[in-house]
Every structure is written in structure tokens, then in C-alpha cells.
Design a protein around this ligand. Structure first.
Ligand code: SAM
Length: 220
């Protein structure tokens, strides 16, 4: 079976020294045209919904922040509960679509436009931060993680779903991650970042041959 495993030396994270300084704005242009079709994409690829919904049972406390909510699908799945929900996204069209969706679902959530690197909230505000399928789209994982840490309460929880290499280095999962990188995302060593920012965390493989991870990270 070892023939199906990738050599550990091939597990390389994206070289961040090569990232275009205008990366976020360029990706944002892509999201402008993706926004309208985003819900349709989730219908033809229902696994996506299944993956991101894995965070729901782990939400804790009253104040919840969803960073990079996209078209707001996930929010419709948990926000009707007794949470005080906030959300930010960088893309205006996503914000428009998600806001309309919240209105039509009679969900009250405070949504705004912002960059993950500068979250418009005071320190220690949230019990839970949700971040799904967005972390590999940030140019600077360090800054994003530092902001998560700053706005989380001391015992708050970060729930992060994204692509990372499969722990068992299986070839299929490895290729999926490489494909994601080819499509323009920045593959990050999320485990190291969580350790650096002193989270106590679990890394659970939830699909994609081990390439889709759910990180349940407790602030300490
Ligand atoms: C692939 S979508 C994921 C949307 C949703 N969370 C999901 O799971 O389907 C990535 C989202 O991240 C947002 N995003 C990208 N860069 C961002 C940044 N620097 N700050 C905040 N949001 C950002 C995009 O606008 C987009 O809505």
C-alpha cells in the first residue's frame, strides 16, 4: 500500500514569497462573477454543504462570528437558533446575496464588508468563530489567525473547515490539495498556525480522501 502514499518531502506548503501583493483584490474579481452562481455550485456539489455543516454541532456560546460567509448558506443552517450572529466578507456581491437571504429567511444577522486581516471588532468579543472554505484563499494566514485569536473570548472556539494535506499522505487526497493550489489557493500549514497561536485543537478529516479538514480549536 505504501506505493499509494506521497513521499513526506513532497508535502510542501505554498511559497508565500511568490504571492502577488494584490492577490486579495484579484481573487475578489473572481468572486464577483462567482457570487451569483455560488448557490447553484453547492446544489451540483452537495458534498460542499455537507462538509461545511460539520461545524454546527460545535458552536458554543451566544456571540458567533462567521468570517467569509460567501452566499450565506451555512448561516441559514444555524443562525435561526438563539445566537447573536455577526458576519464579514470581503466581496460586495456575496454580502448583497447573503443579506437578501437572511431577510427572506427572517434571520437577524449583522453582516458587513471587511477584510479578515482587519476584523472590525474589539478584542475578546466572540464565543465562536466560523470560517469555512476561505482560509486557503487568504494571502497571509498568520494575520488571519492573529485576528481570530484577538476577537475570540479567552475560552472561545474557532471552527475552521478547509483543504490541507491528508495526515496519511494518500495520493488522492494529496492531488486534491494540489488541484486546489493550481486553482489559485494558498495551501497553509494550519496545524502549525493553530499551535503558534496557542489553540488546543483537534484536526478531523471530514472528506476528500483526507484533504478536507475540520479544525476544532479552543482558545487558551
Ligand atoms: C470559497 S468562498 C467560501 C464561502 C463560504 N464560507 C463557504 O463555505 O462556502 C470564500 C469567501 O471568502 C471571501 N474572502 C476572500 N478573501 C477574503 C478576505 N481577505 N477577507 C474576508 N473574506 C474574504 C470571499 O469573498 C468568499 O466569499
Amino acid at each position: 500500500m505504501s506505493i499509494l502514499k506521497v513521499d513526506p518531502q513532497k508535502i510542501e506548503y505554498t511559497d508565500t514569497s511568490q504571492i502577488d501583493p494584490d492577490y486579495t483584490n484579484k481573487m475578489n474579481k473572481e468572486y464577483n462573477w462567482m457570487a451569483k452562481g455560488y448557490d447553484a455550485f453547492m446544489i451540483v456539489f452537495p458534498l460542499w454543504k455537507r462538509w461545511i455543516k460539520k461545524v454546527i454541532p460545535y458552536i458554543e456560546g451566544k456571540k458567533v462570528l462567521e468570517v467569509s460567509f460567501g452566499s450565506g448558506y451555512l448561516m441559514t443552517q444555524y443562525a435561526a437558533n438563539d445566537f447573536d450572529v455577526y458576519g464579514i466578507d470581503y466581496n460586495e456581491k456575496m454580502l448583497e446575496i447573503a443579506s437578501t437571504k437572511m431577510l427572506s429567511n427572517e434571520i437577524s444577522a449583522k453582516l458587513s464588508l471587511a477584510n479578515v486581516e482587519f476584523l472590525p471588532f474589539p478584542n475578546n468579543k466572540f464565543n465562536t468563530i466560523i470560517n469555512t472554505m476561505a482560509f486557503t484563499g487568504y494571502p497571509n494566514g498568520d494575520k488571519a489567525m492573529a485576528e481570530f485569536k484577538r476577537v475570540l473570548k479567552e475560552d472561545g472556539i474557532l471552527l475552521l473547515v478547509d483543504f490541507d494535506y491528508p495526515e496519511n499522505r494518500n495520493l488522492l487526497g494529496y492531488w486534491i490539495v494540489k488541484l486546489w493550489e493550481k486553482l489559485g489557493d494558498i495551501i497553509k500549514d494550519i496545524n502549525s498556525l493553530l499551535s503558534k497561536y496557542e489553540f488546543n485543537y483537534q484536526d478531523i478529516s471530514i472528506g476528500g480522501f483526507g484533504s478536507v479538514h475540520l479544525f476544532i480549536a479552543k482558545n487558551k
